[in-house]
Design a protein around this ligand. Structure first.
Ligand code: ADP
Length: 253
């Protein structure tokens, strides 16, 4: 028996269990969910599931459709959603319709889980409706013990400060950390594209709407998680990015 057949034999007797894990990051706008998801994804090889990117792609596609095209509408449980209306909500800092988002997220997660992807979610769920639809799917696919929920906490003033100072790059949407050294930066240090503000989304009035949506509609999700036996870990988001990351790693490793 050569080494190869020994390996095959032992690997059939003791199949390596597939490590399945899903990390859900929560927190108010500007808490650092996007920043930390990218770090976690790089460090742990988890797939970074960005609801906002999927929504924005759908919005762009809908905008390019001929007027009155039926593809602009999505029918879910007998209700019809106009993707361009969803974009209006989004632009004004309002959450998109929960059934529309839940539908998109569940479809994507089901696809990804077939490819055995371990995931980080930082943009979903955002409402009780969504968590009631999405959490059971996650539980079925990953098992409750493999779902790690982390709340990154920052104060409302910090949300407003970070978002009103936020710059992203045009090409890849890299977020640039605001400090004395980056304050006057005009191009992205990673890809050289122009740095811009997120039009509408980071205007002071819109940030207030986003914060209100978070407090009234997203924060209550914690009750759901607690009542349903999920553990929630809290991390202080008002520390340097590397320290927030270290605290998160303590919970997910
Ligand atoms: P969220 O996804 O929670 O809205 P982001 O990760 O997009 O938050 O971060 C929002 C802004 O705050 C970005 O400009 C980012 O560079 C900055 N930021 C993120 N984490 C920190 C931190 N720990 N300290 C200071 N600024 C941060």
């Amino acid at each position: 028996m050569n080494l190869y057949s020994i390996y095959l034999k032992s690997s059939t007797q003791h199949p390596t269990p597939t490590m399945k894990q899903i990390i859900i990051l929560f927190g108010p706008p500007g808490a650092g969910k996007g920043t930390q998801s990218e770090l976690l994804s790089d460090k742990m090889g988890l797939y970074n599931f960005e609801t906002s990117k999927i929504l924005e792609k759908n919005f762009r596609e809908a905008e390019n459709l001929p007027e009155n095209s039926e593809e602009r509408f999505v029918k879910i449980d007998g209700e019809k959603f106009d993707i361009l209306n969803e974009k209006e909500n989004w632009k004004n800092g309002k959450l998109c319709s929960p059934p529309y988002v839940a539908y998109i997220v569940i479809n994507e997660i089901k696809k990804l889980s077939k490819e055995e992807n371990n995931l980080i979610l930082s943009g979903s769920p955002r409402t009780i409706y969504e968590v009631e639809k999405i959490a059971p799917v996650l539980e079925e696919l990953y098992g409750k013990e493999n779902i790690k929920i982390i709340l990154i906490e920052i104060k409302p003033e910090e949300t407003i400060f970070r978002n009103s100072h936020r710059k992203i790059c045009e090409l890849m949407r890299h977020s640039i950390l605001f400090n004395d050294e980056t304050e006057n930066l005009t191009i992205c240090p990673l890809d050289g594209s122009k740095l811009v503000k997120r039009e509408g989304l980071d205007d002071p009035e819109t940030i207030k709407v986003r914060l209100k949506e978070y407090t009234e509609r997203t924060y209550p999700i914690f009750d759901y998680f607690e009542k349903n036996g999920f553990k929630i870990e809290k991390v202080n988001g008002e520390q340097p990015i590397a320290d927030v990351f270290k605290d998160i790693l303590n919970f997910v490793k």
